[in-house]
Design a protein around this ligand. Structure first.
Ligand code: SF4
Length: 389
């Protein structure tokens, strides 16, 4: 029988309740698990962490009611996932964590560290130094099948449990102190809604205590889930992978869009914005000759004119077999940006191209067998940070 993760909060609460154990002990147990890890000691090179164990004996946790120890030992593991390996980019900005699930599948989480406000006013780092953002996966593979996306090409394998989602944060906290979490890894988070909500609630509570303003959920636009999101998790940032200003182009590059007509999606976003009063990040991957023309910029401008949004233009980065698309020219991208800014007064940024081993856009993490070079979405931090300005 596979054991549950101690970070599967619902399971733990329900077992504690059945055994009449006070739920207030749960954050103490989590804190113990988080702090009793060995830290990977090699910070500059790729590190295989097979030798790093995370064995934690429940008996080591002081001051729990005695019934809790036997309950924990029989039903829960401190971690159900293992950190298989770390891969650091040469510039030290990105660390990819390859994480093995209990069922043998792998997911990636990416830690991105840089201070985007450096030099903005006085060329000096802001107090507090660089902030780290963790990009987490919510599914193994993805059902959405976006034709420009590496994850989409691998199909769907399974949903992650809430514990498996939170464990990515636990592993990442061994690498760096994490201030922002973005759900832009493998999978469509709103397609794994219950686990997503439970995981985020754990992240918001003790001992993680992340601010909801520091958590971003990125979606292709699952309309019914967007309608619920603000009620379940007020204050989060929402990022929408729009990628086209009209329904037929959306359907062409994002098959899932057929189930979610653009008009309905825009209504849901309008409603979300009205209730949340927050800016929405619009992600737009620039595909040469598909969605990057001046006419598309005007259509997008008209579509978004009445919203409070930041549009992030993402130059397409062809990966392996995904070469059916070409990268838009630099001039084309900047012309597109000028139209959105100049004609429609929409704040528009262009995602920076990072290293060759790095890609951009919603969820471009791929199946990563341990010996394959992985692809991580590490260039999004400046965009996410923009939401907090
Ligand atoms: S872009 Fe996002 S939603 Fe589309 S297939 Fe990739 S992971 Fe799934």
């Amino acid at each position: 029988m596979s054991m549950k993760s101690i970070f599967d909060a619902k399971e733990v609460r329900s077992e504690f309740e059945k055994a009449s154990i006070n739920a207030s002990f749960i954050p103490l147990i989590w804190k113990h698990v988080i702090t009793h890890h060995q830290n990977p000691n090699n910070t500059n090179t790729n590190t295989n962490t097979n030798t790093i164990t995370t064995a934690i004996d429940w008996c080591e946790i002081p001051s729990l009611p005695s019934a809790a120890y036997s309950l924990l030992a029989s039903k829960f593991k401190p971690l159900t996932t293992t950190l298989h390996s770390l891969h650091r980019s040469s510039d030290g900005v990105t660390t990819k964590l390859l994480i093995k699930l209990q069922n043998g599948s792998f997911v990636e989480a990416v830690v991105m560290k840089y201070d985007t406000r450096l030099g903005k006013y006085d060329g000096k780092p802001r107090p507090g130094g660089p902030r780290s953002t963790l990009c987490v996966s919510s599914q193994v593979g993805c059902k959405m099948g976006c034709s420009f996306c590496a994850t989409g090409s691998m199909g769907f394998k399974n949903n992650l449990s809430s514990g498996e989602i939170v464990e990515q944060l636990v592993h990442a906290s061994r690498v760096d102190s994490i201030r922002n979490v973005v759900f832009m890894g493998m999978g469509e988070p709103l397609n794994n809604y219950a686990a997503l909500v439970d995981a985020i609630r754990v992240m918001l509570g003790s001992p993680f205590q992340l601010s909801p303003r520091r958590i971003t959920v990125s979606t292709v636009g699952i309309v019914h889930a967007i309608n619920k999101l603000h009620n379940d998790l007020p204050g989060l940032n929402l990022a929408v992978s729009l990628h086209a200003p009209v329904q037929d182009i959306r359907c062409q590059i994002m098959p899932a869009a057929r189930a979610f007509p653009l008009e309905k999606l825009m209504d849901a976003l309008q409603q979300y914005q009205k209730i949340s009063q927050q800016k929405i990040l619009i992600e737009y991957i620039m595909l040469d000759g598909v969605n990057d023309g001046e006419q598309h910029a005007h259509l997008l401008g008209k579509l978004l004119e009445t919203f409070q949004v930041i549009v992030n233009l993402i130059p397409f980065n062809p990966i392996g077999t995904l070469s059916q698309f070409r990268t838009s020219s630099e001039e084309g991208v900047s012309r597109f940006q000028k139209i959105l800014r100049g004609t429609y007064n929409i704040r528009t940024t262009i995602r920076k191209q990072m290293g060759q081993d790095i890609s951009g856009a919603c969820g471009q993490l791929v199946v990563n067998l341990p010996d394959k070079k992985s692809i991580g979405n590490s260039s999004l931090l400046p965009d996410i940070e923009d939401l907090h300005l």
